[in-house]
Design a protein around this ligand. Structure first.
Ligand code: 6FA
Ligand code: ABL
Length: 533
């Protein structure tokens, strides 16, 4: 069968595109390489304590931290050498679900957006209509495990921060803190899978296939005629054709979409040559399209600080929630999706603007959660009172890296994007020093990592590169460089990209809100663009 639109990847970009294109009456095929995630999508991977209820690991917010400690983490893409979700929902099925309505600065020309994109408000409004945020995801409206919020409020209060409801004023991101806001709905994972994918699923002109890996687009010069997949039941040699004016939308993510492009003869020559050396089929060399695919990549550098405070309940660092949860909490969650387990680990977020030595403003975000992933300290400490502040450098950071593929076709950072510019490192260090400057004023508060044998400067300088990243990769197919303002890949007639890879620079908060608003705007442009089906 031929389709008007073939969408590659069922992450937030692909799902939103699929819903809006099918809503407009187009014949849409959505292809996802992975399998089910939440119960609603057919997922069944659940803890014993949730037996008999329509719940999985991906549904229950309180199981979020166990995604990183499970011995059989089938949800991570095996051919991407960092955390990337390869299942229905992509990153939104495995993420912490922190959800920030975009700030105007997130879509500014300073960030690299074409001027026609800056009015994001109507698209953000469409998004919020489908996925409202909540800073109290427990269905009883109460907040649980709040001790870290109280301690953070004291710590930051001394530094002139004020408390706000963060998504009430997305543009206010300096010296503010507030309760973490999420894309959870009804005490369960919400996001695009629970919303947009469900409405798409009701339409006869929408087809969704899981477990289909798209290898490359099939093209005749600038004209895309279909996609090649690993599933021969879909067509001869696994090729799915487009209708005559049909279009392909890549939504395979910041690592996945560049790889599909390289395998389609689109990108820098050195990457296409890797595909060639692997003996894979490619268009003739005169049809290769030279674009800076993979360049201009950013991800927030982040540093963890670990503290203890006698009031804090570290919640066993979330180590028991899968196999041996606190009984009252499990029962409460099962009864009506309320309590501690209705929320992922973060409790508080804060922001501050910092001035770098080059005169540029760089923002810093903090995320506070009970527990800690690792501790390195000379102090004796009480692990049941630990909590972590993760400090991210965000909008304004100047470092850029590069994404590509290696000989095994594994997608990876060829150049790491963190602290390429020393001023980024200096500025985050300045922010960290400020965060801890008022620790002595808070009774009972101790920073255990770094301890008093390590200066903050050395701590940052020696921080493991493997731990610096934040899973917020953007920019590998930046708008203006790889795609035009309609998200059309330069040099092609009908190939579009709608995922985090086109976002030119890091937003001020965790990116899923910006990615989804972007998808709403992108799909409305694609529908408006002449020449389509
Ligand atoms: N963002 C937030 O805003 N808040 C968070 O709390 C947050 N946490 C995390 C987090 O904890 C983790 C572990 C990760 C990995 C990401 C987090 N993010 C968070 C980032 C956020 O989830 C991502 O920015 C967002 O999901 C990016 O959306 P995209 O649409 O750009 O791409 P995805 O990677 O989500 O989806 C791509 C899909 O394509 C996947 O389902 C994949 O399986 C599929 N795919 C890839 N290659 C394919 C191929 N060749 N054929 C078919 N399907 C393919
Ligand atoms: C995000 O936006 C980040 O991408 C995640 O890395 C982060 O989760 C979530 N949000 C929640 O803040 C952290 C976990 O809390 C850690 O336990 C884990 O070690 C880390 O991700 C791995 O990158």
């Amino acid at each position: 069968t031929a389709y008007d639109y073939i969408i590659v990847g069922a992450g937030p970009g692909g799902i939103i595109a699929a819903d809006r294109l099918s809503e407009a009456g187009k014949n849409v095929l959505l292809l996802e390489r992975g399998g089910p995630s939440t119960w609603e999508t057919g997922g069944r991977y659940a803890p014993d304590w949730a037996d008999g209820q329509p719940l999985t690991k991906f549904d229950v917010p309180g199981l979020f931290e166990t995604l990183f400690t499970d011995s059989n983490p089938f949800w991570w893409c095996k051919d991407v050498n960092t955390f990337a979700g390869c299942l229905v929902g992509g990153g939104t099925s495995v993420n912490g679900a922190l959800y920030w309505y975009p700030a105007d600065s997130d879509f500014s020309t300073e960030q690299g957006w074409p001027s026609s994109w800056v009015n994001h408000a109507p698209y953000t409004a469409k998004l919020i209509d489908r996925i409202p945020s909540t800073d109290h995801p427990s269905t009883d409206g109460l907040r649980y495990l709040e001790q870290t919020e109280n301690v953070t409020a004291m710590l930051l209060g001394y530094q002139g921060y004020r408390q706000v409801t963060i998504n009430d004023d997305p543009d206010s991101k300096d010296h503010i803190y507030g309760y973490s806001a999420y894309s959870f709905i009804g005490g369960q994972r919400g996001g695009p899978v629970a919303t947009y994918l469900q409405s798409a699923n009701t339409r006869p002109n929408f087809t969704f296939k899981q477990w289909v890996y798209v290898l490359n687009v099939v093209r005749d010069g600038a004209q895309i005629t279909g996609v090649a997949t690993n599933d021969t039941s879909l067509g001869p040699d696994g090729v799915v054709p487009l209708t005559p004016n049909g279009r392909v939308v890549l939504a395979a993510g910041s690592f996945g979409s560049p790889r599909v492009l390289f395998r389609s003869g689109i990108g820098p020559e050195d990457m296409i040559e890797v595909v060639q050396a692997a003996g894979l089929e490619l268009p003739d060399e005169e049809d290769w399209i030279d674009l800076p695919v993979g360049y201009n990549v950013s991800d927030n550098p982040s540093i963890n600080l670990v503290f203890t405070h006698p009031s804090v309940d570290a919640y066993d660092n979330w180590a028991t929630v899968w196999s041996d949860p606190r009984e009252a909490d499990a029962n409460q969650y099962l009864a009506n999706r309320s309590g501690v387990l209705a929320q992922a680990s973060p409790r508080v977020n804060f922001w501050r603007a910092l001035c770098g030595s080059d005169g540029n403003t760089r923002w810093m975000q903090g995320t506070v959660r009970p527990g800690a992933a690792s501790v390195d300290t000379v102090y004796p400490y009480n692990a049941s009172q630990m909590f972590t502040i993760t400090a991210y450098l965000s909008t304004g950071l100047t470092s850029r890296g590069r994404i590509g593929i290696d000989v095994a076709l594994t997608a990876r950072a060829l150049v790491n994007p963190w602290f390429v510019d020393e001023i980024d490192r200096e500025t985050l260090l300045q922010g960290l020093e400020e965060i801890v400057s008022t620790v002595p004023l808070v009774n009972g508060l101790t920073m255990i990592t770094p301890d008093n044998t390590t200066t903050m400067e050395d701590y940052v300088a020696d921080y493991s590169v493997a731990s610096l990243g934040s899973n917020h990769w953007v920019g590998s197919n930046a708008i203006g460089a790889v795609v035009d303002e309609n998200t059309l890949v330069f040099g092609t007639n009908n190939l579009f990209i709608v995922d985090a890879s086109i976002v030119p620079a890091l937003p001020v908060g965790n990116p899923q809100g910006v990615v989804m608003s972007m998808a709403e705007q992108a799909v409305s442009r694609i529908l408006a663009l002449a020449g389509g089906p």
